[in-house]
Design a protein around this ligand. Structure first.
Ligand SMILES: *[C@@H]1O[C@H](CO)[C@@H](O)[C@H](O)[C@H]1NC(C)=O
Ligand SMILES: *[C@@H]1O[C@H](CO)[C@@H](O)[C@H](O)[C@H]1NC(C)=O
Ligand SMILES: *[C@@H]1O[C@H](CO)[C@@H](O)[C@H](O)[C@H]1NC(C)=O
Ligand SMILES: CC(=O)N[C@H]1CO[C@H](CO)[C@@H](O)[C@@H]1O
Ligand SMILES: [Cu+2]
Length: 674
C-alpha cells in the first residue's frame, strides 16, 4: 500500500515539455493581438462613444476550404512556398439595437464588409451582459423585499441568468430571466433556489422589465448539499489508492502552435467562443501508401438542446440551446491539472473577446494527453498447437483532447480520442449540478400531482430534461468527394430444405442520392452507416470508407409543433448529411437566442440537395433523456456517452499489425522536479 502511494506521488512531478515553435496554421484561433486589432479597427468606424457598440462574437472568418487545402498540400511540397490564406475575423456586434455582421481584414486592419442582420433571433449573449443583468435585482426594491420576506440575508443571495426561448410571440426583444439562489451554509447555490420569483431583464435596455413573486415555497435547507472537499464532515470514503500512467521519457506527441502530431495521426486543435474546441485536418499515416490520408476536415459540436419538462410559469421557458445562446467556447473553464487531466497532460490556453472586444484568457483550457486505461489493442493466444503456445498482445494507448464547458449548473466534458487503429471516438460526460426546483414535499407518499421530476431531497426536485448534442463532422475520406452509404442488414430465408438452416442475414447497400435519403433515426433497423470515397478502392475492390458507430439513440419526445422543438428541430433525426456549404455551420441557425427555427438544418435540408459524390458533411445527434435519481444529488457522478468513427476498408489490412508496445517500466527510477 505504501509503495503504491509513493509511486503515485512521484508521477505528479513528471512535467511535460512542449515544443516552443509556433508555426502558423490558417485555422488557428484569433490571438490576443488579433483581437486588439479587430477592436481598434471596428471602433475606428463605430466611435467608442455612446451609443456603444458591443461585440457579441469575434472569431476567425474561416478561409475557404480550397485555400486551406492548397496551403496544406503546398506545405508538404518542398518545391513551393506555402502561403497562408488572407486572415479575416468575423464580428457580430449590437449597435443601436441592431445586429451587425462585420468582416475585418487583419492584414490591412480594415473593414471588408458590414451587413445588418434583419432575420429572427439574436446573437450570443456575452458574459458581461449576463453579469450586468445578474446584479440588477440587488438594486431593485421589490426583489430586496422578497428576500427580506423570506427571512434571508441579501449578502448570501446570488442570481443567475437563463435564456427565454420563443413561444410564438410576434415581436421578440433581447431578454433574460433571472433565477436567484441562497448560499448561506453551502457552496451549492443551485441546490437552493428562491423558487417563485420571476425577474425579467432587457439586455438592450439593461434593466428589469418584469417582476413577480408568488411567495409560498421555502428555500431548501443547506444540509447535505455541500460538495467542496474541505467543507465535508465525516464519514469519508471510498478511499482511492492512486492511479497512474507513467511516461519516464515524456509524452509521445508534439505540439506546434495548435498542430498536434502523435504516432500515425496529425491534426489541428482550434477554438471558437461559440463552438468550443474544433478539430481540423485530421489525417492518418498509411504505412503501405507511405503518405498521410485525410479523414476529417473539420469537426466540432454545432449545437446543444437542453429542454426541461416542467411546464409551469417559472420553468416552461427553460429549453436551452447552449452553443448559440451562451457560447460553448465562452463557457469553457480552466482544467485542473492532475484531476481534469492526468499528470502527463499538456495544456493550451484559449482566448475570446469580451463585449468591449478585449481579449480574455482561459488558462489551461484544452488538455492533450496519452491515455492508457489498461485496454488491449489486439491479441491472440494460439491454443491449438500441441507443444507450444503463441501469445501476442498489444496494449492500447490513445491520444485525448479534452475540454470542459460549464454552462451554469451543468459541466460538460468533451473528449476527442484518436486511436492508432484509425478510430476517432467522440466522448461527452455530463456532471455538475442538476436543474433543481424547490418544492414543499419531503416524501414521495405526499405527492398527489405530477411534479415533473424526481424528489431528490427534502423540498428538492430534479426536473426531467434532455441533453442533445449535434456534432458537425466534415469527413473527407481520402479526399473531398465522398458518398454516404446505408448498409442495411436484412433477414433472408434459406430456401434449400436439405440445409438445416431456415434463415440468415445479408447486407444490402444503398448510396444516398439526396439529403432526404440520409435523414436517419437510429435504432429502428440494424444498419451500418458509412462515408466512402467512391473513386478510391482497396486492392480488393472495396470502397474505402469510415463508418459511424453510434451510441445509444435518443429521439425527441416533444411534439413537432411545440415551440422549443421547432427551434431544436435539428434533433428530429440522429443523422443528417448535407453538401458542404461554408455558411451552414450551426445546426440551430446563426442567430439562436429567441430564434424561430427558420434557419435550422431541418429547414436547409428541405432543399433536398444532391449528396452523392460530393463534399459532404455528416451531422450526428447524440441524446440523453435524463430522469434524475438521488445519486445525482448534490453533485452528479459523470454520465458518459459517445460514438466512434472507424476505418472500414480504408486500409488494406489491420493498420496496427506491426504497432510496438511501450517497454515495461523499471520501478522505481523517476526523478522528481519541484
Ligand atoms: C509541388 O509543386 C510543384 C510546383 O507547383 C508542382 O509542379 C508539383 O507537382 C508539386 N508536387 C506535388 C507532389 O504535389
Ligand atoms: C448578513 O451577512 C453579512 C455578511 O456575511 C453580515 O455581515 C451581516 O451581519 C448579515 N446580516 C444579518 C441580518 O444576518
Ligand atoms: C449555402 O447555405 C446558405 C444557407 O442555407 C444558402 O442560403 C446558400 O444558398 C447556400 N449556398 C449554396 C451554394 O448552396
Ligand atoms: C535509466 C535510468 O535513469 N537509470 C537510473 C536509475 O537510477 C539509478 C540510481 O539513481 C541510476 O544510477 C540510473 O542511471
Ligand atoms: Cu441532465
Amino acid at each position: 500500500m505504501k509503495l503504491l502511494v509513493f509511486l503515485f506521488l512521484i508521477t505528479l512531478f513528471i512535467s511535460c515539455t512542449t515544443s516552443a515553435s509556433t508555426n502558423k496554421h490558417p485555422l488557428d484561433p484569433l490571438t490576443p493581438s488579433e483581437f486588439k486589432l479587430v477592436r481598434s479597427t471596428v471602433q475606428k468606424t463605430y466611435k467608442a462613444s455612446s451609443p456603444t457598440l458591443t461585440f457579441q462574437y469575434i472569431g476567425l472568418d474561416e478561409p475557404d476550404k480550397a485555400l486551406v487545402l492548397s496551403w496544406e498540400s503546398s506545405k508538404t511540397n518542398k518545391t513551393k512556398a506555402a502561403t497562408l490564406p488572407p486572415r479575416r475575423a468575423l464580428v457580430i456586434a449590437r449597435f443601436k439595437k441592431q445586429s451587425l455582421e462585420i468582416t475585418v481584414d487583419l492584414s490591412k486592419a480594415s473593414i471588408v464588409s458590414t451587413k445588418v442582420y434583419t432575420g429572427h433571433g439574436f446573437p450570443m449573449i456575452t458574459f458581461d451582459e449576463q453579469d450586468f443583468v445578474a446584479a440588477l435585482p440587488f438594486k431593485y426594491k421589490p426583489f430586496m423585499e422578497s428576500v427580506q420576506k423570506r427571512g434571508l440575508n441579501i449578502s448570501d443571495v446570488v442570481c443567475s441568468t437563463a435564456s427565454v426561448g420563443w413561444y410564438g410571440e410576434i415581436k421578440s426583444k433581447r431578454r433574460l430571466k433571472l433565477q436567484c439562489f441562497y448560499m448561506k451554509g453551502s457552496s451549492n447555490l443551485f441546490a437552493r433556489p428562491l423558487e417563485g420569483i420571476t425577474v425579467v431583464a432587457d439586455l438592450d435596455e439593461r434593466k428589469i422589465v418584469q417582476y413577480f413573486d408568488n411567495f409560498n415555497i421555502p428555500v431548501p435547507k443547506a444540509e447535505d448539499t455541500e460538495y467542496v472537499a474541505t467543507k465535508q464532515k465525516p464519514p469519508f470514503g471510498p478511499t482511492l489508492m492512486g492511479a497512474a500512467f507513467v511516461q519516464p521519457n515524456g509524452p509521445g506527441f508534439k505540439i506546434d502552435g495548435h498542430s498536434i502530431s502523435w504516432t500515425n495521426w496529425k491534426f489541428h486543435v482550434g477554438y471558437d467562443i461559440r463552438a468550443g474546441p474544433m478539430i481540423s485536418l485530421a489525417s492518418i499515416y498509411d504505412l503501405q501508401q507511405k503518405r498521410y490520408r485525410r479523414v476529417l476536415y473539420r469537426g466540432y459540436i454545432s449545437e446543444f438542446f437542453v429542454p426541461y419538462m416542467d411546464p409551469t410559469a417559472n420553468w416552461y421557458f427553460k429549453t436551452f440551446l447552449d452553443s448559440g445562446e451562451f457560447g460553448f467556447g465562452q463557457s469553457m473553464v480552466s482544467l485542473e491539472p492532475f484531476a481534469d487531466c492526468p499528470p502527463n497532460a499538456a495544456f493550451l490556453d484559449a482566448y475570446f473577446a469580451n463585449e468591449d472586444g478585449v481579449p480574455v484568457k482561459i488558462p489551461n483550457a484544452i488538455c492533450i494527453f496519452e491515455k492508457y486505461a489498461g485496454d488491449i489493442m489486439w491479441r491472440h493466444t494460439e491454443t491449438e498447437l500441441h507443444d507450444e503456445e503463441i501469445r501476442e498482445v498489444r496494449l492500447d494507448v490513445s491520444l485525448m483532447v479534452r475540454t470542459v464547458s460549464t454552462v451554469g449548473n451543468y459541466d460538460y466534458i468533451i473528449d476527442w480520442e484518436f486511436k492508432p487503429s484509425g478510430s476517432i471516438k467522440m466522448g461527452v460526460g455530463l456532471t455538475g449540478i442538476l436543474g433543481l426546483k424547490a418544492g414543499t414535499y419531503t416524501h414521495t407518499d405526499e405527492i398527489k400531482e405530477d411534479i415533473y421530476g424526481t424528489l431528490l431531497a427534502d423540498n428538492t426536485i430534479g426536473i426531467y430534461h434532455d441533453h442533445f448534442f449535434t456534432y458537425y463532422l466534415d469527413l473527407d475520406i481520402d479526399g473531398e468527394v465522398n458518398s454516404f452509404v446505408k448498409s442495411k442488414l436484412e433477414t433472408v430465408k434459406v430456401k434449400d430444405e436439405n440445409i438445416g438452416r431456415k434463415s440468415r442475414w445479408t447486407v444490402v447497400s444503398e448510396t444516398a442520392k439526396t439529403e432526404a435519403d440520409a435523414r436517419i433515426n437510429l435504432g429502428l433497423k440494424p444498419s451500418e452507416l458509412l462515408v466512402v470515397n467512391p473513386n478510391r478502392k482497396t486492392k480488393q475492390g472495396n470502397k474505402i470508407g469510415y463508418r459511424l458507430l453510434p451510441g445509444p439513440a435518443a429521439h425527441p419526445l416533444l411534439l413537432d409543433d411545440d415551440y422549443p422543438q421547432i427551434r431544436g428541430a435539428f434533433t428530429n433525426y440522429n443523422v443528417w448529411v448535407t453538401p458542404y456549404n461554408k455558411s451552414e455551420k450551426w445546426a440551430a441557425g446563426s442567430y439562436v437566442d429567441r430564434s424561430r427555427g427558420d434557419d435550422t438544418i431541418a429547414v436547409w435540408s428541405t432543399r433536398d440537395r444532391e449528396i452523392e459524390e460530393k463534399d459532404i458533411v455528416l451531422w450526428y445527434v447524440m441524446g440523453f433523456h435524463h430522469v434524475p435519481s438521488q445519486e445525482d444529488f448534490p453533485v452528479m457522478p459523470t454520465l458518459s456517452g459517445g460514438f466512434e468513427l472507424r476505418p472500414t476498408n480504408f486500409f488494406e489490412s489491420n493498420p496496427v499489425l506491426k504497432a510496438s508496445s511501450p517497454k515495461p517500466l523499471q520501478w522505481p527510477n523517476c526523478t522528481s522536479q519541484h
